[in-house]
Write a protein that binds this ligand. Structure first.
Ligand SMILES: C[S@@+](CC[C@H](N)C(=O)[O-])C[C@H]1O[C@@H](n2cnc3c(N)ncnc32)[C@H](O)[C@@H]1O
Length: 260
């Protein structure tokens, strides 16, 4: 699902890049002028969040980890040498020592972890006392219009779609990430919403990225036979028209502080 960096950028990276500035404002808006010393980007993908951190705070260092070697290669290529260390790794076993980063952030990642509670606990473990743990997850069940439209259409033409709807993941539900952060022992847990306006110039600009096999929706699209895929395309086209397609997608951000 996460193996082709260019395809990821076309499907989701173009939107996560727009989410990153508001996410940083929300979770690290109170950082001192020079910014945090070290930020850990957990599940960095192609590096959209890490790039925003480095551009915003010229003295901040980034450690970025992701299990996908092609994504790590793409992130490494674009991030400032000397201030970024990018490596293959998992949120379930972060390659950092206890209390060594000022902030551990995960943008659009927690819902993909087989054990999100362990991921949250790991993020807390590597963050220093007083440091920030932050995450954002799309509101798959409601406000994430791009994917909500997809899964609603899929459920009408393919009965099996409901069982793999991304809204089912625990971190995707309202209060899900807050519960994980409380469970990890974080304090001052709170959050809010982030909106990303999305403009698809044509219907195909919306549809074609689903053919690239990225994420659960890409996976579902690819697994359909030709007739099933055409039925889904037709249902989405019926709902959205020829385009341009304008929608606003909503993510939830949550932050917590490591107790002293
Ligand atoms: C939707 S992408 C988000 C990537 C990036 N944070 C962004 O906002 O563009 C989800 C990412 O989670 C990563 N991921 C999946 N399992 C993971 C794990 N066990 N630990 C860390 N990251 C993981 C994937 O490789 C992928 O890069």
């Amino acid at each position: 699902m996460f193996g082709d960096a260019a395809a990821y950028e076309r499907f989701m990276g173009r939107w996560s890049a727009r989410l990153a500035p508001g996410f940083l404002d929300s979770v690290l808006g109170d950082a001192p002028g020079d910014g945090p010393g070290t930020v850990l980007d957990v599940g960095c993908g192609t590096g959209n969040l890490a790039a925003e951190v480095l551009a915003r705070w010229p003295r901040t260092h980034v450690v970025a980890i992701d299990p996908s070697p092609p994504f790590v290669a793409a992130a490494r290529e674009r991030l400032v040498p000397g201030r970024a260390r990018v490596q293959v790794g998992s949120a379930l076993q972060l390659p950092e020592a206890r209390g060594t980063v000022d902030a551990a952030l995960a943008l659009l990642v927690l819902n993909f972890l087989p054990d999100p509670a362990r991921g949250a606990t790991e993020m807390r473990r590597v963050t220093r006392a007083g440091g920030v743990v932050g995450a954002a997850v799309w509101d798959y069940g409601g406000g994430m219009a791009m994917l909500r439209t997809y899964w609603d259409a899929a459920a009408t033409v393919h009965p099996g779609a409901g069982a793999v709807d991304e809204a089912l993941a625990r971190p995707a539900r309202a209060g899900g990430v807050e519960a994980l952060f409380h469970g990890a022992g974080l304090e001052d847990v709170g959050g809010g919403l982030l909106e990303v306006p999305m403009l698809f110039e044509t219907f195909d600009d919306y549809w074609d990225p689903f053919l690239l096999g990225i994420g659960p929706a890409g996976d579902f699209t690819r697994e359909l036979d030709d007739g099933g895929r055409e039925a889904l395309r037709a249902e989405l086209h019926r709902r959205l028209g020829d385009g341009p397609v304008e929608m606003t997608s909503v993510a939830r951000w949550v932050r917590g502080v490591v107790p002293g």
